[in-house]
Design a protein around this ligand. Structure first.
Ligand code: ADP
Length: 245
């Protein structure tokens, strides 16, 4: 599984004269777990918005799986295999864990249609395998509303996984988690990145140090440094940005 899944080429986003991202170039490999860090206002969220098609670029190109997606709609981009998870869990509290996954696996249908239609054997198999992966197999029949914060986050990651994305975009997945949940989430992301690519915006530096393969540091709309945890931690520009605040 070698090669590049995502190219960001000269990406620039201009909000009425304010450049939130400026001439950014980067790429993500197949099977990579990448962390995106940087102080508030660095442009991290805008970059995720660009990749999933929510925000359009002013200049530059985004290439996913050898296809240019720069002008594609969010809907088309999801269908091509990019899934985004926001910081706050958005599971259906009144449905069970299994039903939440059932909805996600048939996302193109309406809620009612999904719940009244039987799953194919393949879909049921996918849900069961995902329940194991996210550590919620014994909670399948439990209402999502009664899960812990960490379990809700894993369920939502599971809701992405059953859609078979090639690239997962996650926004601060461990915010508000206990140490144990954070560790478990790191292991889960590692497992996921064995056959998909994952890009995580993160503020928890201990989490980044423990689990990142490669880190991209953004500052003022540009990449300040990119590389291994050791490389970015010892980069004088990164130290200045973090310690100078
Ligand atoms: P981060 O996620 O790194 O904190 P953001 O991507 O949210 O940074 O924001 C980068 C910069 O772009 C910030 O200065 C922010 O105020 C600005 N910005 C973000 N979205 C918009 C918008 N829709 N219109 C104008 N400015 C925006």
């Amino acid at each position: 599984m070698a090669g590049t899944i995502l190219y960001l080429e000269n990406v620039t986003v201009d909000f009425d004269g304010f450049k939130a991202i400026q001439n950014l170039n980067s790429y993500i490999e197949y099977g990579e777990l990448r962390f995106l860090i940087g102080p508030n206002g660095a442009g991290k969220t805008t970059l995720l918005d660009v990749i999933c098609g929510k925000t359009k670029l002013t200049e530059g190109r985004v290439i996913f799986d050898n296809t240019e997606i720069t002008r594609k709609s969010e809907h088309e981009i999801v269908k091509m295999g990019i899934c985004r998870k926001f910081q706050t869990p958005s599971v259906f509290n009144n449905l069970t864990v299994f039903e939440n996954l059932e909805l996600a696996v048939q996302k193109h249908r309406g809620i009612l249609a999904s719940l009244f239609r039987n799953l194919t054997a393949e879909q049921a198999e996918k849900i069961n395998a995902t329940l194991e992966n996210i550590g919620l197999a014994d909670q399948a029949g439990v209402k999502a509303g009664s899960l812990s914060h960490g379990q809700k986050q894993w369920l939502e990651i599971g809701m992405q996984l059953v859609q078979d994305p090639e690239l997962l975009l996650l926004d601060e997945p461990v915010a508000g988690m206990t140490k144990k949940e954070t560790e478990k989430t790191g292991q889960l992301l590692r497992e996921i990145a064995k056959n998909r690519s994952v890009l995580v915006v993160e503020h928890d530096m201990e989490f980044v140090r423990n689990f990142a393969q490669k880190v991209t540091v953004m500052h003022e709309g540009k990449i300040l440094c990119e590389g291994t945890v050791d490389k970015v931690q010892s980069d004088p520009k990164v130290i200045e940005v973090y310690l100078g605040r």
